[in-house]
Design a protein around this ligand. Structure first.
Ligand SMILES: [Fe+2]
Length: 268
């Protein structure tokens, strides 16, 4: 079982790279299931719309996760209740529309569970992520309730992400971070069989400041005249991980970083 996870898709150039390349990459890499983080995919680089979600599903995406920007395009508040393939962080303060966890059927007949968590440090206020993870794991078990479990941990700091990776070790197929828009070079299998990478990186133009126009972003830091942040428009790199999972255990046999197109050094 081979699963592709792509990090935060940023703005029109990130969406274009998905439209242009994802179907080919699914075939070339023999991918059975695709998850993307779409919370920065709208034209402004924040939030997600119904049209963009549908485009992703039409390109072969099975599930879209999000994070702190999930509601930045207001239509998502209604749309998420109609579309179970769009998730928001599980530990948002209730009541919040939508769901943070769902079990999906893969085209090759397996139950793939996806859990979307959000960190607490330097992030918008949400419920304690370790309490939420403990509660989740007491109610949901790999191989009993689903064949594979993918955890998107949307967070700012590496220590919190690494700790949640160890928390889920042996209980999830993959724990991967999102939100920082920079891929980390620490893909590995943890001691008890969970694949892990601290951040998947973004699907966006890396000739930028985390996907946003670099001149405008720099001007903000220099306290010069600047506009509201807007996405950079150069060719995007797709960035994420591919994992191979054992069908008997649901755990990972292999993980590799996946980078395709744009300015980043490509992995394949
Ligand atoms: Fe984010």
């Amino acid at each position: 079982m081979r699963i592709l996870f792509l990090g935060d898709i940023v703005g029109p150039s990130g969406c274009e790279a998905v439209r242009k390349n994802l179907q080919d990459q699914i075939k070339i890499n023999k991918i059975n299931f695709v998850i993307v983080n779409g919370e920065n995919s709208a034209d402004q680089g924040v939030g997600i719309t119904e049209k963009i979600s549908k485009d992703f599903f039409n390109c072969g995406v099975d599930v879209i996760t999000t994070g702190n920007h999930v509601w930045d395009q207001k239509e998502a508040i209604d749309y998420i209740n109609k579309e179970k393939r769009l998730l928001r962080p599980y530990n948002l303060i209730s009541p919040s529309p939508g769901k943070g966890f769902e079990i999906f059927s893969s085209k090759n007949g397996y139950k793939v569970a996806v859990l979307n968590l959000m960190g607490n440090i330097f992030m918008k206020k949400c419920n304690d992520v370790f309490d939420a993870a403990k509660d989740f794991i007491s109610k949901n078990k790999l191989k009993k309730d689903f064949d594979f479990l993918i955890v998107d941990f949307h967070g700012e700091i590496t220590s919190e992400k690494m700790a949640i990776g160890h928390f889920f070790d042996g209980k999830a197929s993959l724990v991967v971070g999102t939100h920082t828009h920079v891929p980390t070079n620490d893909a590995r299998i943890l001691n008890f069989g969970t694949a892990y990478q601290t951040d998947a990186g973004m699907c966006g133009d890396y000739n930028s400041v985390i996907g946003m126009n670099k001149e405008n972003s720099l001007n903000k830091f220099l306290k010069k005249d600047s506009k509201k942040h807007f996405p950079s428009t150069g060719e995007a790199s797709l960035s994420g991980v591919i994992i191979d999972c054992d069908i008997e255990t649901g755990l990972a046999k292999n993980i590799k970083t996946f980078i395709y197109g744009g300015d980043l050094v490509n992995t394949n």
